[in-house]
Design a binder for this molecule. Structure first.
Ligand SMILES: [Zn+2]
Length: 374
């Protein structure tokens, strides 16, 4: 187990309101739940998608600004959200997605609206569901930009994972399922098997393509002028140590990568929860009319940031009570209770979200010397 788990142990809703319902009933164009209430009447957001492939759709969200929004229930070709920005002279694609098919879909959508040269495709961070489609861009002469550490992070993890035997790797997790003492423990372990499988399979099926244009975080914020459209690339610590966001200040639109996910538990496999919460506090101070394109989940406004902050508060609050009561980290991970209002929130897996967050908080509080177990 120790060798096999290395890649994981190395790191130290939308409220479906009546107003939205009425709007959608009238429009009959926006799938539900598609847009937060705050955006349902926003003139920047197009009612009709530019294109909808099932696994993802592309919707205009500003002048020259488009969001690619994934629907995992219809396929995992993109899996993450993304988008593209179109200026007078050039365009910028956001995210490499989980497969080259996803990247091709986005490139085709771009070509429906413009023939300007593509300056670059840019990964918001190194994770597989944002980078495994890079090979499509590389094969079509599009430079791939990313935070300077993305290539090395990908190489630290993914070739090793490509050589693993998934069945063998899952043995300890299957044991956890069969030996679980409660239904909750069994479900948690089962979700980790699904999470691991959902990560290993696409990685093992992919030809890795690393970004060929590393961006120096010391030089950020960095402004890219696409011709009448300026995008600012900024870096924040949180979901990983390679996170970038893409802001269009003139239009109050931000593409956040996984630093913001909407109506989902935060995946903390490589995260820094305390730094992440500080980053979200900064997002909360963005202009009140900001449209956020989160890494996963539907488009949102500031209420999406507030929702993720509340969720982090809840995990940290429960963890702190358990820590104060002397409950060991491993047990605290199992004892976290999902509040009713988050019951429908997606989790990548129990361990990668709740588990890792609580373990990392415990590590900060000095409550455990045990190695991280995911
Ligand atoms: Zn991620």
């Amino acid at each position: 187990m120790r060798d096999l788990t290395r890649p994981f142990s190395r790191r130290s809703l939308l409220a479906h309101t009546s107003r939205l319902g009425a709007f959608c009933a009238a429009a009959r164009l926006i799938p539900l739940p598609a847009l937060a209430e705050s955006l349902a009447n926003d003139p920047r957001v197009a009612e009709t998608p530019l294109v909808d492939k099932g696994f993802a759709l592309v919707r205009q969200i500003g002048k020259g600004l488009y969001a690619t929004i994934s629907d995992r229930s219809k396929g995992l070709q993109t899996r993450s959200n993304g988008g593209f920005l179109v200026g007078r002279d050039a365009a910028l694609l956001i995210e490499g997605f989980q497969t080259p098919i996803g990247a091709a879909f986005q490139m085709d959508a771009l070509r429906m609206v413009t023939q300007v040269p593509v300056r670059a495709a840019i990964d918001s961070h190194f994770h597989f569901d944002h980078s495994l489609g890079n090979s499509y861009y590389g094969g079509h002469g599009v430079p791939v930009w990313a935070h300077g550490k993305v290539a090395s992070r990908m190489m630290e993890r993914y070739p090793t994972m490509q050589s693993e035997d998934l069945e063998k790797l899952l043995v300890p997790w299957k044991k956890r399922v069969s030996e679980a003492k409660t239904d909750a423990e069994r479900q948690h372990a089962q979700s980790d098997i699904e999470g691991l499988t959902g990560m290993f399979e696409p990685i093992q099926q992919s030809v890795l393509a690393l970004p060929n244009h590393p961006l120096d975080p010391a030089k950020m914020p960095m402004t890219v002028d696409l011709g009448g459209l300026s995008v600012v690339i900024e870096t924040y610590l949180g979901h990983t140590d390679t996170d970038l966001i893409f802001r269009v200040p003139d239009q109050n639109v931000v593409y956040t990568g996984d630093l913001l996910v909407n109506a989902q538990y935060p995946t903390n496999l490589d995260g820094y929860p305390t730094a992440w919460r500080a980053t979200l506090e900064k997002f909360a101070a963005f202009h009140k009319d900001t449209i956020f394109v989160p890494g996963h989940g539907q488009l949102c406004g500031l209420e999406g940031v507030a929702l993720l902050r509340e969720l982090f508060d809840d995990i940290a609050g429960q963890a702190e009570r358990l820590h104060r009561a002397g409950v060991p980290a491993e047990e605290a991970v199992e004892r976290y209770v999902v509040p009713d209002k988050y019951r429908n929130f997606r989790m990548f897996s129990w361990g990668f979200t709740v588990g890792r967050t609580i373990e990392q908080l415990y590590a900060e509080w000095g409550g455990t010397s045990k190695p991280l177990s995911y």
